[in-house]
Ligand binder design. Structure first.
Ligand code: EPZ
Length: 458
């Protein structure tokens, strides 16, 4: 149990604020502001959380594996699929290529027997960068494909040169014309050849593209300086469950022996480590004791280590459950790195936590060139943050204050939710299209933990 002082002090503050809150809430509700034109989330901050939250399937694993189903001229079944806008978009892109899909709850049946040359529509690809992952499987299956260049997004230019160079090394002729990547396997066999490929950067997407293409290539492919994220291992497990021969996934060297064809599978997606890290930050910032299930504790090692530095304890309760025990929050430093380093996808959420952690924290973003846009919105809520280059100096403040804020990207929107849970007064978050891409039912899940928030549709 928490030392009584923290709980009492926190709850006392909350009760005081709640009374004030009621006034604020009453005012807000009785004197409606301008009509809202898009959905918003309204959070009445300072409510302590408790209980257990269910973690959904991993978005970034599900997206790569959905592309991977193109490798199989048979039926495939995926389980534990999260209900997210990005997953829906990937389904639309597969359907545009000729794939038949049937979704029931978190189960998705996919039939990629008859995939054609029809090109995934640019308007879909531009909204979902991960759709570019179809290029490897399509080239491996058909020997030729055209995929629109995904283009950049809010957090960076997001080039695909490492994907392209890997496919070229495997014998593909790849040209980019009018924003479309045209790829064709040279030679009569129309079959990619195994190759030794060194990645200048351990790119998650490039590792996934090359690994998938290599499963059906002729001979052996070695990927050096490969990404080691858990989603790479999940994709490799998925491909192995269809008969692929892959070793070394999860290390920086992956070896794939190409096979003639792959067969049907029924595969469950791993839990989402980034969603889990997001809820751990929500518990820590509201000084709440909460449990998360299912999780893979190993996938959270760097986030757990950082939380322990900040103060809260994370108790590992068996193979798929963790419990957060809150504590006073102290500053620490964070530098985002490829796995097993601290994940860039948790940087914004931890910055919200550090904004109310005593002392000065340095947060350095090394993976993407523009992933500090949440700073301006946190500053609107009273955070004391200064940015110089790709580093933010976060000086902890006692409380944040609720304010209308705008989401700029997926993980920035999660950071604003976390900040709103701890802020005095009401926070109204706009730009929910970002949040809906990566968080399934986050309002219901937070309400289930006792948070005081609601989603208002126009
Ligand atoms: C994946 O993106 C994730 N997305 C991202 O999650 C995650 O932030 C990222 O990996 C890093 O972990 C999915 O899996 C769908 P990268 P990806 O290729 O594959 C540069 C989220 O919030 N690069 O590892 O695009 C690139 O510019 C999202 O869920 C090249 O230069 O990431 C970046 O600076 C955001 N050339 C760095 O590598 C290339 O060909 C890391 O990118 C490819 C990448």
């Amino acid at each position: 149990m928490l030392p009584i002082s923290i709980t009492q002090r926190y709850r006392k503050k909350y009760l005081v604020l709640q009374r004030e809150e009621t006034t604020i809430k009453a005012t807000y509700q009785t004197t409606p502001t301008t009509a809202i034109l898009e959905p918003v989330i309204e959070i009445y901050g300072r409510a302590p959380l408790s209980g257990e939250v269910r973690i959904s399937g991993a978005k970034n694993s599900a997206l790569a594996i959905m592309a991977g189903t193109l490798l199989c001229a048979d039926d495939c079944r995926l389980r534990n699929l999260p209900a997210l806008a990005d997953i829906d978009r990937m389904g639309q892109i597969l359907a545009a290529i000729g794939v038949k899909l049937k979704r029931e709850g978190d189960v998705l049946d996919i039939d990629a027997r008859n995939i054609g040359q029809s090109q995934a529509p640019y308007e879909l690809v531009s909204q979902l960068r991960a759709s570019f992952f179809v290029i490897g499987p399509l080239l491996a299956r058909l020997g030729t494909t055209q995929v629109p260049l995904p283009g950049g997004c809010a957090i960076g230019a997001r080039p695909v040169d490492l994907h392209v160079r890997g496919l070229q090394a495997m014998g593909a002729d790849v040209r980019i014309e009018h924003g479309v990547v045209h790829a064709n396997v040279k030679g009569r066999s129309q079959r990619l050849s195994g190759a030794r490929i060194y990645l200048d950067y351990p790119s998650v997407g490039a590792t996934e593209t090359i690994m998938m293409a290599a499963t059906l290539a002729e001979g052996e492919t070695i990927i050096e300086n490969a990404a080691q994220e858990p989603e790479i291992i999940d994709l490799a497990n998925f491909c192995r469950s269809m008969g692929a021969q892959i070793q070394g996934d999860g290390t920086n060297t992956i070896v794939i022996q190409g096979v003639e064809r792959l067969h049907t599978t029924d595969f469950p997606i791993i839990p989402d480590r980034i969603e889990a890290g997001t809820f751990l930050c929500a518990g820590a910032i509201t000084h709440s004791e909460i449990s998360l299930y299912p999780v893979v504790p190993d996938h959270l090692a760097s986030a757990i280590a950082k939380l322990r530095e900040i103060g809260p304890e994370v108790v590992i309760e068996g193979p798929d459950r963790v419990r957060l025990v809150p504590a006073e929050l102290r500053a620490t430093d964070i530098e985002t790195l490829p796995y097993p380093g601290f994940p860039t996808d948790m940087q914004a959420q931890f910055m919200a936590l550090l904004a109310v952690s005593e002392g000065n924290s340095l947060v350095t973003e090394t993976v993407f060139e523009n992933r500090l846009q949440h700073v301006a919105e946190l500053q609107r809520m009273g955070a004391n943050i200064k940015v110089k280059g790709n580093t933010a100096v976060v000086q902890g403040v006692p409380f944040l204050s609720g304010a209308p804020v705008m989401s700029t990207d997926l993980r920035a929107s999660a950071a604003l939710v976390i900040a709103g849970l701890a802020a005095e007064g009401t926070t109204v978050i706009q730009g929910l299209k970002h949040l809906d891409r990566g968080y399934e039912d986050i309002v219901s899940k937070l309400k289930g933990l006792g948070a005081n928030l609601r989603r208002i549709e126009p």
